[in-house]
Design a protein around this ligand. Structure first.
Ligand SMILES: Cc1cc2nc3c(=O)[nH]c(=O)nc-3n(C[C@H](O)[C@H](O)[C@H](O)COP(=O)(O)OP(=O)(O)OC[C@H]3O[C@@H](n4cnc5c(N)ncnc54)[C@H](O)[C@@H]3O)c2cc1C
Length: 436
């Protein structure tokens, strides 16, 4: 807990130099974290009539949201409600309840309200027509400001003062801020340079809030390539390819897609899709093996005789290219995993092309992951996402203990939970406990 050395900031002065309203009699909701979850919480709390002040440690809001738009902002997904909710695995019941109030259709409608039309891609993923995050974010923040949400940037939240005020540190010094209710939307622990550095974990833990350990989700894995392979193939995509993986119950998972070779291992959409299970298997067994089908669509009964045709004076690589369509990084993988003498054996090469073994030894660190697993445990929250033992304090977004694959599921759950927390923060009864 704090010393109380900071200045109390009771006004609603906003960071852009415009004077905000002086303190009103309206309930003051302080939202900490200006990512999609926090912005959404601010929007609904303001719409419910609250005096909403949003604080973020960075100089501008929605930095991770902006980066999410870099490769095409995947806002949500068009699949049916049950399949959608199932993406949240063990948390599908809880997240499914949020989505029932604000799911894919509502998100598309909300984006339209910001002047952003969306389309459904071939995979069912939903994107803005221009694929970008920046126009949507710009319009959204402008609309929030116009509606009276105060933005206070470069304020890092440090916890609470003894009197219940929120503690922030700003480049000009410490600030103490009064709040009737609080929405924490502080993100997970991935890509900390974009703001979410998980510094909230000890602040909540020391107040008795149960937090499941943060782990990388939608992450890459280390394999430990030879120097030669890494130097030649790091950065190269592998497509199309099928990954086959057997879980501890002997159930075989097969999925087709693409991924990328990195300097130390593998990353990319197909790897991310399986990453939660691979990560958990490594945690239990120390390592896990995947098998790659590098020639999906080619039957091994054809592949072996094709490769057994006379090679003449052609190089091995040229022979594989002609008879199996294998070249580049796929050929490199054969050289990487097969002993030299077996490279000449067509049956062995064919079998390896259809089930090339790779041992994953480690998930890449959390700060490199697309998202975070773990966080504030659902059991500590009520249906309005209020922390039961911190009345008046609500949580939303990726800092909660759920995870999902990429595909628009992350932003959807962040926006949906932000709505619930924001609405409840604007309406929850204020008790003495709320202030302490
Ligand atoms: C490269 C990349 C691409 C992605 N692409 C997609 C995609 O296409 N589709 C999709 O659904 N998801 C995508 N995601 C995931 C998605 O961006 C996140 O799930 C989402 O931004 C999380 O929202 P949030 O509001 O919970 O947290 P964040 O967006 O992380 O926001 C948290 C905010 O809290 C602030 N904060 C943290 N600690 C403090 C503190 N102590 N004091 C004050 N402020 C603090 C941070 O500065 C930050 O602004 C992507 C992620 C990455 C990294």
């Amino acid at each position: 807990m704090s010393g109380n050395a900071g200045a109390r900031d009771d006004s609603s002065t906003v960071d852009n130099g415009t004077a905000g309203s002086a303190r009103t009699d309206a309930r003051r909701v302080v939202v900490v974290g200006g990512g999609p979850a926090g912005l959404m919480a601010a929007e609904v709390a303001r719409a419910a009539g609250a005096d909403v002040q949003l604080y973020d440690r960075l100089a501008s809001a929605g930095r991770k949201f902006l980066i999410a738009g870099k490769g095409g902002l995947n806002l949500t997904h068009a699949e049916g409600a049950d399949a959608f909710a199932a993406r949240y695995g063990a948390r599908q019941d809880e997240v499914g309840r949020w989505l029932a109030k604000f799911g894919a259709n509502e998100i598309r409608e909300w984006a339209r309200g910001l002047g952003v039309e969306t389309f459904v891609g071939t995979s069912g993923r939903v994107f803005p027509i221009d694929l970008k995050a920046a126009p949507l974010l710009r319009t959204w923040v402008r609309r929030l400001r116009a509606r009276g949400v105060g933005f206070h940037m470069q304020h890092r939240w440090l916890g609470w003062c003894d009197d219940g005020d929120l503690r922030f540190v700003h480049p000009d010094g410490e600030r103490h801020v009064f709040a009737d209710t609080v929405v924490l939307a502080l993100g997970g622990g991935s890509w900390p340079v974009l703001g979410s550095d998980a510094s909230w974990v000890p602040l909540l833990s020391e107040r008795g809030v149960a937090v499941a350990p943060l782990r990388p989700a939608n992450c890459g894995f280390d394999i430990g390539w030879s120097e030669h392979f890494a130097a030649r193939h790091a950065g190269h995509p592998l497509k199309p390819v099928v990954i086959e993986w057997t879980d501890s119950d002997g159930q075989v998972v097969r999925q087709q897609g693409e991924f990328v070779i990195t300097a130390t291992g593998v990353e990319g959409s197909l790897i991310y899709a399986l990453s939660a299970r691979l990560r958990d298997a490594i945690a239990v067994r120390g390592a896990t093996e995947i098998r790659l089908d590098l020639a999906p669509g080619r039957d091994i009964r054809r592949l072996a005789p094709d490769l057994a045709q006379p090679r003449g004076s052609r190089t091995l690589s040229e022979h594989w290219r002609r008879h199996a369509g294998i070249e580049g990084v796929k050929a490199g993988l054969l050289y990487e995993v097969l002993p030299k003498d077996q490279l000449q054996d067509p049956a062995r090469v064919a079998a390896t092309l259809k089930a090339l073994p790779l041992k994953l030894v480690r998930a890449r660190p959390l700060d490199e992951a697309i998202s975070t697993a773990g966080g504030v445990r659902m059991e500590t929250l009520d249906d309005n996402l209020m922390i039961r033992n911190l009345p008046g304090v609500f949580c939303a977004g990726e800092m909660l203990d759920w995870e999902a694959p990429t595909g628009g599921y992350l932003l959807t759950a962040c926006l949906a939970s932000g709505r619930i927390a924001g609405a409840a923060a604007a309406q929850a009864p204020i008790t003495q406990a709320t202030r302490n």
